[in-house]
Design a binder for this molecule. Structure first.
Ligand code: ATP
Ligand code: MG
Length: 390
């Protein structure tokens, strides 16, 4: 195999106590994402190395692996001056630059030329063959030459990795995934911090359509590109939602509905070993997301709830959703259970006592049990990727 890809862990290395666990998990995640490719992987406490033939394809996949901070494609040559010169010329011919620096690292001390002298030899070669200057302080290109016992590795630019922590290092969270813009972004941001996901989607057929469900599965499959383990639990919410509309005054239906969602999310989190509930709530965005609403809704559970986009402006959330390519799917027009029968004046400062009173008027516990018993779990999201939404 001709290419060697070097992976830098970045932030990982600061977590000294957990470093080994982190690195092993990262290696597993890398193996997972590269399934089907021809490669060898090895790692130490500082770096990971992947030998392969098709570096560009591999790098595209590695760019989605959280915990990777830098990626460099190294070119291996035999350790002799002429081969190294030839490879440096070949690499630099592909670049446009005016200033450069050679950075030799001599890990193989049996190589007789010292690093500084070798910088001068290769630097001189570049100056003779290209119309460029040396700039040791702020060069446009740094050519790194690592002389190792197994050969010499040469690379120019470092490709930025996606950063974050390896997915799964923090265990799992239960993402309340709707078809909107916010919750897929909340999911992505959680994955970035090492929290793997299980998803929960409330559907209310026939009030919500099959397209609405497919849209959520499509969104889940997009964020699953960063995990590979995501499952979606589809909760049949119709009966409970209809009971709410029958028994609760209009202005409180959304508040009560969201309290039910949290109750179900807690039950499911416990069942599936999730440590937190995650959702796409953003302060002030709608009536159910004022601070008073959020606290009245949240008071049904002691389970921790994380809201990764709580303090972001909509425009910031949209920017991320465009970057992770969920935006185009999120804006498809299918109705969610939160948007059907939307009351004209939803309460913005709900009263907890009123909530408790309204909830006493019907047997919601039984309906919640029924929701949980009839959940459909989708495990193979890849198959959903090409789902026709129309
Ligand atoms: P938008 O992105 O347009 O704001 P949204 O999906 O965020 O849409 P909201 O009504 O703001 O919709 O809901 C707030 C959060 O509640 C969502 O981000 C999501 O986490 C959760 N949620 C809402 N509806 C559902 C649903 N049908 N299934 C699962 N979670 C839901
Ligand atoms: Mg929202």
């Amino acid at each position: 195999m001709d290419n060697l890809i070097l992976i830098k862990y970045g932030e990982l290395t600061t977590k000294k106590a957990n470093r080994n666990t982190f690195i092993k998990l990262l290696a597993n995640n890398v193996k997972n994402i590269l399934k089907g490719e021809d490669f060898n992987i090895r790692f130490d406490r500082v770096r990971m190395y992947i030998e392969c033939n098709n570096a560009n394809v591999i790098v595209q996949k590695l760019k989605r692996v959280f915990g990777i901070h830098g990626i460099v494609i190294c070119h291996k040559v035999n350790t002799n001056v002429e081969d190294i010169k030839a490879k440096v010329s070949e690499l630099l011919k592909k670049e446009t630059f005016k200033t450069f620096k050679i950075n030799t690292k001599r890990a193989d001390k049996s190589f007789e030329i010292k690093s500084m002298d070798f910088n001068n030899i290769i630097g001189g070669h570049v100056l003779r063959n290209f119309d460029v200057k040396v700039d040791v302080h702020n060069p446009e290109i740094i050519v790194t030459i690592e002389i190792r016992p197994e050969g010499t590795f040469i690379y120019t630019n470092e490709i930025k990795g996606i950063g974050g922590y390896p997915v799964g290092v923090q265990g799992k969270g239960m993402l309340m995934l709707s078809g909107g813009i916010d919750s897929p972004v909340a999911g992505y941001l959680s994955l970035k911090r090492g929290v793997d996901l299980e998803c929960l989607y409330f559907e209310s057929p026939p009030h919500t359509s099959i397209q609405a469900k497919n849209k959520v599965l499509k969104l889940a499959s997009i964020i699953n590109e960063y995990s590979g383990n995501i499952k979606v639990n589809i909760v049949p919410f119709t009966k409970l939602q209809e009971a709410i509309y029958k028994n609760v005054p209009d202005s409180y239906v959304i508040t009560i509905m969201r309290r039910m969602m949290y109750r179900i999310a807690e039950r499911l989190s416990l069942k599936h070993n999730c440590k937190v509930i995650i959702n796409g709530e953003s302060i002030g965005q709608v009536a159910s997301q004022t601070l008073t609403s959020m606290s009245v809704i949240n008071s049904v559970t002691n389970f921790p709830v994380i809201r990764p986009v709580a303090c972001m402006d909509k425009i910031e959330i949209i920017d991320i959703s465009k970057k992770i390519e969920t935006y185009e799917t999120s804006i498809l027009p299918y109705e969610d259970c939160c948007t059907i029968f939307l009351p004209t004046h939803p309460v913005i400062n709900p009263d907890i006592n009123k909530c408790l009173l309204y909830e006493m008027s019907f047997n919601y516990e039984e309906l919640i049990d029924e929701c949980i018993e009839n959940i459909e779990t989708i495990t193979n999201l890849k198959q959903e990727e090409n789902t026709d939404l129309l």
